[in-house]
Design a protein around this ligand. Structure first.
Ligand SMILES: Nc1ncnc2c1ncn2[C@@H]1O[C@H](COP(=O)(O)OP(=O)(O)OP(=O)(O)O)[C@@H](O)[C@H]1O
Ligand SMILES: [Mg+2]
Length: 287
């Protein structure tokens, strides 16, 4: 199945005349002037997000990258409906969303599998809650388990799996509910470098096969470049999108690409954007 490409360069022109084109340029997620001010425990306020706006198109993989404390998880929680915005709006397919929403499937940094359920029942959880019968939900769960490379482990409990396998279980569980948007907050942060790169490669393959629209929150530049059609760089607190970089690397993206000159140039470009913000963050921390 062809992978969706960013709407830039020659592909954009080709897509404009194909059937898949209309879908690929359709905006699925709109973050419109979203702001967040927290009340602090000392009775003050903290402005975590300045007005932040961006869009994600159908089938696109977008990463949001920024220094620690710039408001990435805050943005993730607002989009996922776990936290109300102070101002602004999040829209899915043009409709404003508030509260948790079945169109948005979330994968968290920390492990979120249910320790008492085996892999099959973890992956089938959302389907069970939605009232799907046992045979049907197990069949669907098995398909996703195969996609994330966990076949043979259906009956294992999370404690019998590695950290990477548990995260794959969590990703499969979220995908089972067929969310319009897959929202991931540093899903591989607790994993070692090799596992992270390989899981990244697998994630991009799955998203391509499912034409899954995805938004990844990360502070890892290589990961953002490896996976994304576009990378949105955030400023330090109050965070906002400072720049959006189109990643015009060929698909399929494999880990072999990481050593290429073009890959290195994107990493360098994003690092230059991030560096000043990261330094501001460090200075704020020592004050
Ligand atoms: N519930 C809260 N109450 C008050 N302040 C908060 C709350 N949640 C987050 N903050 C503050 O908002 C800012 C942004 O936090 P957030 O967790 O969104 O950052 P982040 O970019 O995800 O950082 P990291 O990369 O370290 O995960 C931080 O200064 C944090 O202290
Ligand atoms: Mg965070």
């Amino acid at each position: 199945m062809p992978m969706p490409m960013p709407a830039t360069g020659p592909q954009a022109t080709v897509r404009a005349v194909t059937g898949a084109a209309a879908d690929a340029v359709r905006v699925v997620l709109e973050v419109d002037r979203v702001e967040k001010v927290f009340a602090t425990s000392e009775g003050g306020t903290l402005r975590a997000l300045a007005p932040t706006s961006f869009e994600v198109r159908a089938g696109e993989f977008v990463a949001v990258i920024g220094p620690s404390g710039c408001g990435k998880s805050t943005l993730f929680n607002i989009i996922g409906g776990l936290e109300p915005a102070t101002a602004g709006e999040v829209r899915v397919d043009g409709h404003a969303v508030s509260g948790s929403h079945r169109d948005i499937g979330m994968v968290f940094q920390e492990e979120s599998t249910f320790p008492w359920r085996n892999v099959l029942d973890n992956v089938a959880f959302g389907l069970e809650v939605a009232g799907m019968g046992r045979a049907e939900r197990h069949e669907k769960a098995r398909t996703l388990i195969r996609m994330v490379g966990l076949d043979g482990f259906e009956r294992r409990l999370p404690a019998e799996l590695s950290g990477g396998m548990r995260q794959r279980t969590a990703i499969a569980r979220t995908l089972a509910s067929e969310p319009r948007i897959l929202l991931l907050d540093e899903p591989f942060a607790s994993l070692d470098e090799q596992t992270r790169m390989l899981l990244g490669e697998q994630l991009i393959e799955i998203c391509g096969a499912l034409r899954q629209t995805a938004l990844l929150i990360t502070h890892n530049i290589s990961e953002a470049v490896q996976l994304s059609d576009r990378v949105a760089v955030m400023s330090f607190r109050p965070g906002t999108i400072k720049r959006i970089v189109d990643i015009d690397l060929p698909r399929p993206r494999t880990t072999d690409m990481i050593g290429s000159a073009a890959f290195g140039r994107y990493v360098q470009q994003i690092w230059e954007e991030l560096k000043a913000e990261a330094l501001r963050g460090m200075q704020a921390a020592v004050r």
